[in-house]
Write a protein that binds this ligand. Structure first.
Ligand code: MN
Length: 748
């Protein structure tokens, strides 16, 4: 902040009034309906409310809301309601007035905006990581209700960044970091390109002052040379455009300091190699929106007559605007000095949208017809995500942030519908994007009529078809290759749904174990138990318990006791108290807590009478009749059957010798699920032959199918229902006779 010259109260008041008049005059020259009266009232109200309060720099506080209103109006293009909300945005937070007061004086709409702004004022980075996520969620929630809250917040942030010196020093890092982390990408996503660039440069200037000064200096130094190249390049183009009778504005585009630095850092190149890559922008005047596209292409044609065109760098953002609303025609040609130069062609309308984002759309909005803008689609995505609250707030923040940063690709559905997705999106992202049910049952995709796996990464222009199967179920592994926040959220919701019964069963088991052993169910104890089983949280513990992947027993009691012995803290006390209360710990000494009706000393016959089995198959190894198996008596006294070669069985054998039971299969009528892996050389029709052989000739029920094809090879994972191992080996043998199949094995 520059030094404040001492002003008399009158002088200061005149300065404030002048600042406000600038806001009002800007508003009056805009296309909005003229509602001066309410703006003036809001200004007087805010001025009175903040009276006597100053910013750290010493200037009257009211200058901040005035500046925010000015940005909202003149740089974002918002109207009177937003200007009022901007003027009042700090009143509720910093003064004694309430939202109710605002409502009484200015009505519902403005009160609602001010309320939204007050709620998100805490910033995104709190003391705790989850608090960041919570605040961010609040921000987005308000956003999906009224986008203007976020736009005004953006104006507030921009002014705070412009005057970072007048913020408390301990807040400066936080504000700069937060700006780069979330506000700049959000501005980009909202199409506020100019604001995004300024926010980045301001944060960069604060966080890397030396690099900022160096690069700014280099830009200045190279100005002369750059101007010479630009005028050499642009002169023939301008002559052509003049001959065509166009009214236009042409200017050289210089990269921002931050983006030059970013490129130097990520590409490891010196300044000289970055700064040359500049662009020229042509903005032409045109009153008739229907003629814009034609004019863009005629300019394109004129330029390509003059310069050599880079073959793959033409971008038609007119036919398919970016998700943030951006429209323009970009081409790259070889300049006179042998460097590639990008030329951006836009109409005045497109330019305003590019600079001011969606707010500018309102200015040009003709009917109610184009309300279904891409932005609304994006807002809907956010709403979807918020409607499905993710228990892990950090994951939520990460996925959303990922989407804010992602650059975009455009793909087509078989019916020619356009989908805009983040770069690297997969077939499964498309499936989930279209509908939750499609995603959950997706087995593969067809990209440009070629079969591809779910994880296939799409490219712009791909035509994508989603293949589904009713028997497909969602897999946790899918999350590793999903890119869109929407797909991740929908997958998690689907997984939770399928996991819920097991988690509930696990909860009961856990509660019973606590009761049986007289151990209190509290945080220190749970923490230790999570540590013993290496699981991240209570839900996962319950899930694994419910799925019989882990068991609680004497082993755990002993382990906890041992931990308590070496622990002098709260935990040892809790555990000792628990021990005193219960006689159950004594019972543990003989080894088994469960009450097996099964006699481990006898061979247990695995039977399946009337479709009801007297055993349970372990999900880790899925044994079937004919496999070498062993039985394990679980906490409920049921017999769980594991394959002998199952790793989990090894652990059980080592830890719970007395609960292991020898078993023998009896001829059973039931069918069992088996996973078979097939590999071979891909050829047209091979999959159809494979499926036909299995389902038609052998009458085997296919439950699930995953296919991955890369270059000439294909891999196929098949889940079928069979009676025993004999049928499995028969099936593998037959499959191997198909021309091209190289391998067919059961996976356990
Ligand atoms: Mn503020």
């Amino acid at each position: 902040m520059e030094k404040q010259t001492v002003m008399t109260p009158d002088e200061e008041d005149r300065m404030i009034e002048d600042a406000f008049m600038e806001v009002l005059n800007g508003y009056l020259s805009s296309n909005h309906r003229k509602k001066v009266e309410i703006i003036e009232r809001a200004y007087r109200f805010a001025k009175e409310a903040h009276k006597g309060i100053r910013r750290r720099s010493g200037e009257p506080y009211i200058l901040h809301p005035i500046a925010v209103a000015k940005i909202a109006s003149q740089e974002i293009g918002l109207g009177s309601t937003s200007i009022c909300a901007a003027l009042l945005h700090d009143v509720v937070e910093d003064t004694d007035y309430t939202v109710e007061d605002i409502r009484r004086h200015f009505g519902d709409k403005i009160a609602q905006l001010v309320d939204g702004l007050t709620k998100i004022s805490g910033g995104i980075f709190g003391d705790k990581a989850s608090l960041q996520a919570e605040n961010f969620r609040k921000l987005l929630l308000t956003m999906s209700e009224d986008i203007r809250v976020v736009l005004i917040k953006m104006a507030d942030r921009l002014h705070n960044m412009r005057t970072l010196g007048s913020m408390a020093p301990n807040k400066q890092y936080k504000i700069a970091g937060e700006t780069l982390y979330i506000y700049a990408p959000l501005a980009h996503r909202l199409g506020l390109f100019a604001i995004k660039t300024e926010l980045e440069d301001l944060s960069f200037k604060y966080e890397h002052p030396v690099a900022y000064r160096t690069i700014s200096g280099q830009i200045k130094e190279s100005e002369g040379r750059r101007a010479a190249v630009y005028s050499d390049f642009s002169a023939p183009i301008k002559k052509r455009l003049d001959d065509m009778g166009l009214v236009y504005e042409a200017k050289a585009r210089i990269k921002s300091v931050y983006s030059i630095w970013n490129k130097m850092e990520t590409k490891h190149v010196p300044f000289e190699e970055v700064y040359d890559l500049y662009a020229m922008r042509i903005v032409f005047e045109c009153d008739d929106p229907n003629r814009e596209k034609g004019i863009c292409w005629s300019i394109y044609s004129a330029i390509t007559d003059l310069y050599r065109l880079h073959p793959d760098r033409t971008r038609d953002w007119i036919s398919t605007p970016k998700a943030n609303g951006y429209q323009a025609l970009h081409l790259t040609v070889m300049g006179p000095d042998g460097n590639w130069i990008e030329v951006q062609i836009r109409s005045r309308r497109m330019d305003e949208i590019a600079e001011k984002g969606f707010a500018a759309h309102w200015k040009y909005k003709i009917g109610e017809g184009d309300e279904e803008s891409e932005l609304n689609v994006w807002l809907k995505t956010i709403k979807d995500i918020l409607d499905n609250p993710e228990p892990n707030a950090i994951d939520f923040l990460d996925t959303l942030k990922l989407n804010l940063f992602a650059s975009e690709i455009v793909v087509f559905t078989p019916t020619g519908e356009l989908l805009t997705l983040p770069a690297d999106a997969t077939v499964l992202d498309v499936a989930f994007g279209l509908h939750s049910e499609l995603g959950v049952h997706c087995i593969a995709g067809k990209v440009n009529h070629k079969l591809v796996p779910l994880s296939h990464r799409l490219k712009s222009g791909d035509q994508v078809e989603v293949l589904t199967s009713k028997s497909q179920v969602p897999q946790p592994e899918w999350e590793s290759f999903l890119v869109t926040a929407k797909a991740k959220t929908r997958l998690r919701a689907a997984l939770r749904k399928t996991r819920m019964p097991l988690i509930n069963r696990g909860k009961e088991i856990l509660a019973q174990w606590f009761a049986d052993n007289g151990i209190p169910d509290n945080n220190p104890v749970i923490t230790k138990i999570l540590g013993v089983y290496h699981v991240p949280n209570r839900d996962e513990l319950c899930y694994q318990l419910g799925a019989d992947e882990i068991v609680l027993g004497d082993f755990l009691v002993k382990t906890l006791k041992k931990i308590a012995e070496n622990n002098s803290g709260i935990f040892s006390k809790i555990f000792k108290r628990g021990k005193k209360n219960t006689p159950a710990t004594d019972a543990v000494k003989d080894g088994d807590t469960a009450v097996p009706a099964i006699n481990p000393k006898e061979v247990y016959i695995l039977k399946n009478e009337d479709g009801v089995a007297n055993y349970k198959l372990a999900e880790c190894c899925n044994p079937i009749p004919g496999d070498d198996v062993m039985g394990f008596i679980d906490d409920d006294g049921r017999l769980v059957v594991h394959a002998l070669n199952c790793p989990r069985a090894q652990v059980l054998k080592a830890g719970y010798g007395s609960r292991i039971v020898a078993t023998r299969w009896e001829a059973v009528s039931a069918k069992f699920s088996v996973h078979i892996h097939i590999e071979g050389i891909d050829r047209f029709g091979i999959l159809r032959e494979l499926i036909q052989m299995i389902s038609t000739h052998m009458a085997i029920d296919i439950r699930k199918l995953n296919i991955e094809a890369s270059a000439e090879v294909f891999a196929c994972d098949l889940w079928v229902r069979v009676a025993d191992v004999g049928i499995v080996s028969d099936l593998c043998e037959k499959v191997l006779t198909i021309n091209g199949v190289k391998q067919a094995t059961r996976i356990q």
